[in-house]
Write a protein of this length. Structure first.
Length: 274
């Protein structure tokens, strides 16, 4: 297979870092982008390119896309992986934090897509991979804005797929389950800071303690490499799936959500959080 020109956001850690290295091993030309450039040394050492980028800054997005197009005249693959998460009850979470969730998890990927689409459309070829979550279909207590942003990303992706299919562009959603990364390392702290002293304090404390256990005893969580492999398979496939469900408990939790009545699912979830 001919090498593809790939841009991976959030490449300084976790899924993004693993994806950049996986694509490099497969022989693709990879540009990893993130704020923490020093965390992408392994990508550079493996023959990739590490670019500084804050996904909330328009000038950064334009600079990165322009850099790649100047060097290769095309971008074959965009992997929108950069993300953020906030935990707290709806009543307690400041709306400014909610807006930040959507800025990183929805508007930044959307803007990057707008920047790469014209060249993809002209070439009638390209793959856009939006890294969502099982939280793009289900929701748990004390994370409304994160789940809302991922639900929105999935709806956005569905519409995008229908719009761009006529130009030979594939749009893929990846739904990771429980993955061993530092993405939610601040969960317990957030829960206590935002909802630890009010009406939701009991639920917040139960979930904070559970988060602390999951961070310290994460042997069952899947390695980010399983997500990276799915992304590589998607971009190398002549006809990729529209969704890839990967990682520990992903299939099980989504099956529960899809087949249980809403109130029964609610009862199971809130029962664990009390």
């Amino acid at each position: 297979m001919a090498a593809k020109i790939c841009l991976v956001t959030g490449a300084s850690s976790g899924i993004g870092h693993a994806t950049a290295l996986e694509l490099l091993r497969a022989g693709h030309i990879v540009y990893g982008a993130a704020r923490r450039v020093h965390k992408m040394a392994a990508i550079s050492e493996a023959g990739g390119h590490a670019l500084p980028m804050d996904v909330t800054k328009e000038e950064d997005l334009q600079r990165v896309v322009r850099t790649i197009l100047d060097e290769h005249q095309r971008i074959d693959v965009l992997v929108n992986n950069a993300g953020a998460v906030v935990h707290g009850a709806v009543e307690d979470t400041p709306l400014e934090m909610a807006r930040d969730q959507f800025e990183v998890n929805l508007y930044a990927p959307a803007r990057l897509i707008q920047l790469v689409l014209p060249r993809m459309r002209q070439r009638r070829s390209g793959t856009i991979v939006n890294v969502s979550s099982i939280g793009g279909e289900l929701a748990l207590p004390l994370g409304a804005w994160y789940y809302a942003s991922k639900h929105a990303l999935e709806a956005f992706s569905d519409t995008l797929r229908m719009e761009t299919g006529q130009f030979g562009i594939d749009v893929v959603v990846v739904q990771p389950g429980i993955i061993k990364t530092d993405f939610e390392a601040g969960t317990a702290r957030q829960l206590r800071e935002i909802s630890g002293n009010g009406a939701y304090r009991q639920m917040a404390e139960v979930m904070a303690r559970a988060a602390e256990v999951s961070v310290s005893e994460s042997d069952q969580a899947s390695d980010p490499g399983v997500v990276a492999t799915a992304i590589r398979e998607a971009i190398e496939s002549p006809r990729p799936e529209t969704r890839y469900v990967v990682g520990w408990q992903a299939e099980n939790l989504l099956s529960l959500k899809r087949f249980l009545p809403d109130r029964e699912f609610d009862a199971r979830v809130t029962g664990l959080a009390r």
